[in-house]
Design a protein around this ligand. Structure first.
Ligand SMILES: Cc1cc2nc3c(=O)[nH]c(=O)nc-3n(C[C@H](O)[C@H](O)[C@H](O)COP(=O)(O)OP(=O)(O)OC[C@H]3O[C@@H](n4cnc5c(N)ncnc54)[C@H](O)[C@@H]3O)c2cc1C
Length: 309
């Protein structure tokens, strides 16, 4: 069987592509290494910024996305794709057990947030530990928060949180930030942001939810306690492109080079969602990418005369 399009990844980008693809009459398959659709949002307690669905649970949103695609008859299969290979007019996609064939491919394998690896981090995820200030910052209105990291994302997160949090601590292991000077200056000029430099988080503590951090000064070795209601970890995101062969061109960080039209350096291969180079990685921007990718797939199929409308 040769599919019109195979989508790698069943997160918001991949499922939106499936919805738009089925409605466009395409023969489409979504491949995900996980049997549970939804991608990263499955790991969050609540999503409160997707229009029309306020305060929806991450798991519930994942289920709703999948139900929508199921209602339209989209086909799903479980498998981790390890390579994309061009063969004449089609692409071969290899998983451990099966090789799939398609006229076009949408890569929507998403990204993962780096963790600190500190004791208490995993246990408190969604209970005071967050990797996304844009997503969860509003839950900490008038509360005390901390941001960990020294790059632009950490600086932007601190500024974002300072608008609503009572107090923000910005914890960085060095005495200088890697981020842009303009952001560093803004952070330093913000009254309710306190810099905690040369310091690392030793552990994240609290009974049901986070109530404090143990901080070690790396120069003096002194350990102190910082009382916080939430901690935002901004030590980097990695795109899920590291274990796949045959990918299009990527930037230095491993994101696939593609614009809003999802076109990559390989004709017939498209990239959507968090895995591509873009400004804001969110459910809504991923869903938008999935829709755009299908539009580009249709154009490509028509231009190659690979699909009859
Ligand atoms: C804790 C947390 C909270 C968040 N909260 C919000 C929020 O409140 N609001 C918001 O808008 N955004 C939020 N986000 C961001 C949002 O979840 C992402 O922007 C969005 O899920 C990206 O969608 P995606 O489809 O591009 O990728 P993903 O959701 O990452 O999905 C990618 C899918 O690809 C699969 N995959 C990966 N590699 C392979 C492979 N080789 N073969 C087959 N399948 C593969 C994965 O299993 C996964 O299902 C949050 C993220 C996190 C981590």
């Amino acid at each position: 069987m040769v599919y019109d399009v195979i989508v790698l990844g069943g997160g918001p980008a991949g499922i939106t592509a499936a919805i738009y693809g089925k409605r466009a009459g395409l023969n489409i398959l979504v491949l995900d290494e996980s049997p549970k659709s939804g991608g990263q949002i499955l790991t969050t307690y609540e999503v409160d910024n997707y229009p029309g669905l306020p305060k929806i649970g991450g798991m519930e949103l994942g289920d709703k996305l999948r139900e929508h695609a199921d209602q339209l008859g989209a086909e799903f299969a479980v498998g981790r794709v390890s390579s994309i290979e061009k063969q004449d007019d089609t692409f071969l996609l290899k998983t451990r057990k099966v090789t799939y064939e398609a006229k076009t491919v949408i890569i929507a394998t998403g990204a993962g947030h780096r963790s600190l690896g500190a004791p208490g981090e995993a246990e408190h995820m969604g209970m005071g530990v967050s990797y996304c200030a844009t997503c969860d910052g509003a839950f900490y209105k008038d509360k005390v928060t901390a941001v960990v990291g020294g790059g632009n994302v950490a600086l932007e997160d601190a500024l974002f949180l300072a608008r609503t949090s009572k107090q923000v601590y910005l914890i960085h292991r060095r005495d200088e930030f890697r981020g842009d000077k303009v952001l560093v200056d803004q952070v330093k000029a913000t009254d309710n942001i306190t810099l905690v430099l040369d310091s690392v988080v030793e552990s994240i503590e609290g009974q049901m939810k986070v109530d404090s951090l143990s901080i070690k000064n790396v120069k003096t070795e002194e350990v102190s306690k910082l009382e916080v209601d939430g901690v935002f970890i901004a030590v980097g995101i990695t795109p899920n492109t590291d274990k796949m062969q045959g990918l299009p061109e990527m930037d230095a960080a491993g994101y696939i080079l593609a614009g809003e039209d999802a076109q990559t350096s390989i004709p017939g291969v498209f990239a959507a969602g968090d895995v591509r180079t873009k400004q804001l990685r969110q459910v809504i921007t991923s869903a938008s990418d999935g829709a755009n990718a299908i539009f580009s797939v249709q154009r490509y199929l028509n231009s190659q005369k690979l699909h009859k409308n």
